[in-house]
Ligand binder design. Sequence first.
Ligand code: DC
Length: 242
Amino acid sequence: MGQGELRGVVALDGPSGTGKSTVARRLAATLRSGYLDTGAMYRAITLAVLRDGVDPADGAAVLRVAEQAELHIGTDPNHADVRLAGEDVAAEIRGRKVTLAVSAVSAVPRVRELLVARQRQLISEARARIGGIVVEGRDIGTVVVPDAGLKVYLTASADARASRRTKQDSREGRTSTVDATLADVERRDRLDSTRAASPLRPAVDAVEIDTTDLDIRAVLDRLLDIVRDRGLRGTAARSAGR
Ligand code: DC
């Protein structure tokens, strides 16, 4: 496989509903780089926990499930590939049951260690294969890849995030109301930013972008400018001969 146009890692962090996933996937597709959705990894482990009938608040039991789960996650921005023991769970991990339990699972420090090690491995494989990768999550710039070439932290008002989440749910065939989603969003923000292990916060050197009044295209254009200005965009032809 040839090299893409991104050199190194773009770390994209922030709470849900900021447009993070869409922007990350499109940025990776535009630059023909890899793409890693680390939230999908926490969600898949959460699904395994729920399927095993384990209490998400029981850290030791959750860790055992995480250690045994046969989790596969792809890094192609054009194809969401999340599997548990070979079964495609890409849609099921977006459901409400998983969304409600994922903060408890992702607060278990040893589960984070396990997944962070997997994430670093996937990142280095993608870099070796195609030169660069866009990684999205909550702790990418602070913990997973603290030396990323570009760290971005997306924010947006809670109302804007809840309304985007509701629209996304309806597009993907789930029913929800803005009020219920707003309550979920605020609850998850609180849990994710107050947990002891790797709480959600911007890296000191992250570029912060408030997306409340910006559409996806505007955010994407801004990121492409920064990637170019930082010299992280190489041409595929040049790097292929390296
Ligand atoms: O991005 P998302 O909504 O799919 O993430 C699901 C949950 O996983 C979110 O509530 C916080 C957690 N998460 C995390 O703790 N660290 C990450 N790097 C990614 C997600």
